[in-house]
Ligand binder design. Structure first.
Ligand code: ATP
Ligand code: MG
Length: 592
């Protein structure tokens, strides 16, 4: 690790962080104490929506803005905690009026509009299970997920219904009701759909959440599909203990914060941190209807005076591509904490952030399966650029080696690479893979949940991401993590994005190959290729540095924006898989 990779930030805090001393916080932490900090239901049990909405609506934060929704035209629309309670009560009553039972699955297929948030929280109040689908999916991925999840209700918009749902509806016998949000002035759907707003105004505004067992299923998420077919992951109401604790300790939420999580609720981050954690913390959260646009995002950070931001490396890479000058036109001084999740956050991005925002980005690591953040660079801690940080208090993380016969062995030596394992259970740990008990069992050995990610832990207990277990390159007897090579290539000023794989080789087993996309203003040529290779050799040595560099304008990605090395591999083999046909392509082409 370079000495200059440590970024201190403790001086100049505008507000004292909730977690001031990492070791002290770990020593004094207990999940039971966090649970006691939450309300619990008056009639017993624990319900996510009560903690997120009703508890604030019943108290001093009733008139505080819970959701500030920015419409496509850029206008802001505010929903206080009190208003959100009324709307979510109505949605819960609407489900009841339709005969939906607790445990039934309610899907939403929608862009980010207020109705999505109302449906999510109303579903949780009713104790049915909420599942959000990414709105850019085409009919087939929508059909597959609705069928796998046996969705009983689908909430969608008129446009999406017409373009993507109508043609598949007959193939979904479990889908009893489609509730449609209409465009203003038009009648949605037709006779086989229900109008969202008419339905809500036909039911009562009072609703008492029935007793909810903390172990009742609450959320169904599908994973990103980076390593293959997406898996359905089931979470329970007790997960809110994890959302709340990490919202306080990692995202450092304080009552007056304006928090923006840029992830879509079609992914776990967009639900755990784009809906639940900020509301449980009682802050104002931003939801933007529009997709990524550098100027719009900087403008939104500025105009809404966002204080805490949770985003992803793919967005940061795009902002970096636009250059520092664009950022310089905006007043970004309201921001005090920037955080990221989803993919390796390269050291270069952290340094860029210091230049542009005056703060480093704090990386966090977790998975759909873990339900909430497990490893993080905490606000009060020095940031180690390129590192995922240290385990959340209450979370025990280990580096393990798998042995023959299914046994595992924890590795104590610092800097050794192995698989990241987490001691089970913790409140937001997944409780099942949908209809796949065997696969679920396979993730656990004894008390440990095995994550499938390779990491190393340094002497100070910081974790460093090496790669997914499947992505590690075995070259001439060496094990090479793709992320280490990518980190170094990202340092080069010409590089916008990079994915590194092992190209099969008869002699070495595999040779390291990098696929690089360039920033605007750089041309593909031999001199640049040589320059990149020389830079990598100097920094990594000849064994680890890529032997081959290919330039490619666009790298294959999941819908959530992650670079898929598996597809670069397939491309290399000339496999038809490389045309992304099995990734769930967005289907935005056939606009009527
Ligand atoms: P699938 O499980 O379907 O292959 P996925 O693993 O990408 O898809 P998610 O649960 O959305 O689905 O992503 C979790 C994974 O993302 C982690 O296991 C890890 O590989 C990667 N990841 C998340 N955060 C980080 C991070 N901070 N640094 C590096 N990798 C990260
Ligand atoms: Mg995964």
């Amino acid at each position: 690790m370079k000495a200059d990779s440590i970024i201190k930030e403790l001086s100049g805090w505008k507000v004292a962080p909730n977690l001031k001393d990492y070791n002290e916080a770990r020593a004094s932490f207990s999940w039971d104490a966090v649970r006691r900090d939450l309300d619990g239901l008056p009639g017993g049990g624990l319900n996510i929506a009560h903690e997120a909405v009703d508890r604030h609506a019943d108290g001093a934060r009733r008139y505080h803005v819970a959701l500030r929704w920015i419409d496509r035209a850029g206008a802001a629309h505010d929903y206080t905690y009190g208003r959100l309670r009324a709307l979510t009560n109505r949605f819960a009553n609407a489900l009841r009026s339709l005969g939906i039972e607790p445990g039934d699955r309610v899907f939403v297929l929608s862009e980010r509009i207020p109705e999505l948030y109302v449906a999510a929280l109303g579903t949780l109040k009713h104790r049915s299970v909420f599942c959000s689908l990414f709105s850019a999916y085409g009919p087939e991925p929508i059909r597959t997920r609705l069928a796998l999840g046996r969705g009983k209700v689908l909430v969608t918009t008129e446009r999406l219904y017409r373009r993507k749902v109508k043609q598949i509806r007959r193939t979904l016998p479990d889908l009893k009701h489609v509730i449609v949000v209409g465009n203003e002035g038009t009648t949605p759907g037709g006779s086989d759909t229900i109008d969202f707003h008419r339905l809500l105004s036909s039911v009562d505004e009072a609703f008492t959440i029935p007793p909810t067992d903390p172990e009742d299923a609450a959320l169904l998420h599908f994973t990103s599909g980076t390593t293959g077919t997406p898996k359905g992951v089931v979470h329970v109401h007790a997960a809110v203990i994890g959302h709340y604790a990490t919202g306080r300790l990692v995202l450092d939420l304080h009552p007056d914060d304006v928090f923006w999580c840029t992830a879509d609720p079609g992914w776990v981050t967009g639900v755990s941190y784009g809906i639940i954690a900020p509301l449980v913390a009682g802050v104002t959260m931003i939801a933007d209807q529009e997709e990524f646009n550098a100027e719009r995002w900087y403008g939104l950070l500025q105009d809404q005076r966002v204080t805490v931001w949770y985003t992803a490396p793919t967005a940061i890479r795009l902002l970096m591509k636009y250059g520092e000058r664009v950022a310089g036109r905006y007043d970004l001084s309201g921001l005090r904490l920037l955080t990221s999740v989803g993919e390796p956050l390269h050291a270069e991005a952290v340094w860029w952030s210091v230049k542009v925002f005056g703060h480093p980005i704090h990386d966090t690591w977790w998975q759909t399966e873990t339900g909430s953040i497990m490893i993080a660079n905490f606000a009060a801690m020095d940031v180690r650029s390129g590192s995922m940080g240290r385990p959340m208090p209450g979370v025990e993380a280990a580096v393990i080696h798998r042995k023959k016969g299914g046994q595992i062995k924890p590795v104590q030596e610092p800097e050794a690479t192995g698989e990241l394992a987490l001691r089970a259970p913790w409140p937001s740990m997944f409780r099942a893979y949908l209809d796949d008990q065997a696969r679920y069992q396979d993730c656990f050995v004894g008390d440990w949940y095995l994550t499938g990610d390779l990491v190393r832990r340094d002497r100070d207990g910081y974790f460093w991401f090496v790669g997914r277990a499947d992505d590690v390159i075995k070259s001439a007897g060496h094990l090479i993590g793709p992320v280490e090579v990518e980190q170094v290539l990202m340092e080069h000023p010409a590089v916008a994005e990079v994915g590194v794989i092992g190209r099969p080789d008869e002699v070495a087993g595999a040779v390291v190959k990098a696929f690089v996309s360039l920033k605007p203003g750089y041309e593909v040529d031999e001199a640049l290729r040589l320059d990149l290779r020389a830079h990598a050799r100097k920094r990594l040595g000849p064994v680890v540095a890529p032997k081959e560099i290919a330039f490619q304008p666009v790298l294959p990605k999941t819908e959530s924006g992650k670079i898929v090395r598996r597809l670069l591999q397939a491309q290399e083999r000339g496999s038809t898989e490389a045309n992304r046909s099995h990734l769930d392509e967005p289907n935005e082409a056939e606009e009527p």
